[in-house]
Ligand binder design. Structure first.
Ligand code: TYM
Length: 345
């Protein structure tokens, strides 16, 4: 792999907490595929993040392989990008601890995602990892000195905290970290639930028609989209009006998948009904997902392939992160372990 031709680095990750949906695809994966051509790209399956909510061990293993296979099926190329599992590189957990000790608690209690996720659980089952989650994420990014972090809109606050932490470290111990910039896609940075279009589409929502998963068969996609919540109006226009959120979401998904300008998309549906819009969304989604699903089946049928991609990725990732971690520990004042002299016990 020729990383020398890229002078800028990107890093991003997805939690293997379940099947990926079209929001993960439009908010993250689609940008990642483009960025692997332009930048030195690091894409991580963030399995350590997945245990911040109650989890099942067997499922975590299965989902880690599945999410990696979906990365590849979506078009990530292990020759161009470093694809790895976060837990395969112990530097992530180590830097997270070092940064934890520099993070004011108040910064963490302010995080919207923490507040949302903690509110959904019984107080006694919220673990300390859920609060520390953004510090682990900051470590993921800072370890690789990433310049850009391509994510959906919901991760913006976490990337800002990453910058704050990087800056805090740099001013306390000397210039060490590159401060990353968040990159959201122009369209599709916040895909909403089909059944509740004022809430973000999420892996953990339970509604049957909430999310389009990347491995859903075409008839299921059709059923979910045709049942998507709309309103009693007729106008097919982009809109910030919360009562029109359903139509706005369908238009956004359509635009993100087909790539037209807003005005052109609106013109296409001028004088047509919501049923036509839904049918067009079904066609756009199934056209995108059919080849992805075909590649997913091929990749999964090859024994050991996904595991090998992760093994190669972990080696490449460690080679980069090792340098950062060494310098961080050095700056913070940790004693280097003495080398053993040959022949001396
Ligand atoms: P996660 O696993 O929740 O989501 C993965 C990616 O998908 C995006 N996303 C969405 N985009 C548009 N519409 C939606 N409805 C939607 N839902 C999710 C997310 O913004 C994200 O880009 N904290 C991260 C994982 C992480 C990470 C990192 C990301 C850990 N370390 C380092 C970047 C860099 C998360 O929970 O993503």
């Amino acid at each position: 792999m020729d990383t020398a031709r890229h002078d800028r680095r990107v890093l991003s990750g997805i939690q293997p907490t379940g099947n990926l949906h079209i929001g993960n695809y439009l908010g993250a994966l689609l940008q990642w595929v483009r960025f692997q051509e332009q930048y030195d790209a690091f894409y991580c399956v963030v399995d350590l993040h997945a245990i911040t909510v109650p989890h099942d061990a067997g499922r975590l293993r299965a989902h880690t392989l599945e999410v990696t296979a979906l990365y590849l099926a979506a078009g990530l190329d292990p020759q161009r990008a470093t694809i790895f599992a976060q837990s395969h590189n112990p530097a992530h957990a180590e830097l997270a601890w070092l940064l934890t000790c520099l993070t004011p608690l108040g910064w963490l209690y302010r995080m919207t995602q923490y507040k949302d996720k903690a509110a959904r659980q019984q107080e006694e089952s919220v673990n300390a990892g859920l609060l520390g989650y953004p510090v682990l994420m900051a470590g993921d990014i800072l370890l690789y000195q990433a310049h850009y972090v391509p994510v959906g809109d919901d991760q913006r606050q976490h990337v800002e905290l990453t910058r704050d932490l990087g800056q805090r470290f740099n001013s306390m111990f000397g210039e060490t970290f590159t401060l990353p910039e968040v990159v959201n896609p122009e369209t599709g940075a916040r895909v909403m639930g089909l059944d509740e279009p004022n809430n973000k589409m999420s892996k953990s929502a339970t509604g049957e028609n909430h999310a389009i998963f990347l491995l859903d068969p075409p008839d299921l996609i059709r059923r979910k989209v045709m049942r998507a919540t709309t309103d009693s109006g007729r106008d097919i226009r982009f809109s910030d009006d919360p009562t029109k959120a359903g139509v706005n979401n369908l238009l956004t998904i359509y635009q993100a998948l087909t790539g037209g300008e807003r005005a052109a998309v609106e013109a296409e549906f001028e004088g047509r009904g919501y049923g036509d819009l839904k049918k067009a969304v079904v066609a756009a989604v199934t056209d995108t997902l059919a080849p992805l699903q075909q590649r997913y089946r091929e990749i999964s049928a090859e024994p050991g392939y996904v595991e090998q991609v992760l093994a190669d990725g972990a080696e490449r990732a460690a080679a980069i992160s090792e340098r950062t971690l060494k310098s961080v520990k050095d700056q913070m004042g940790f004693l280097e372990p003495a080398r053993r002299w040959p022949g001396v016990d």
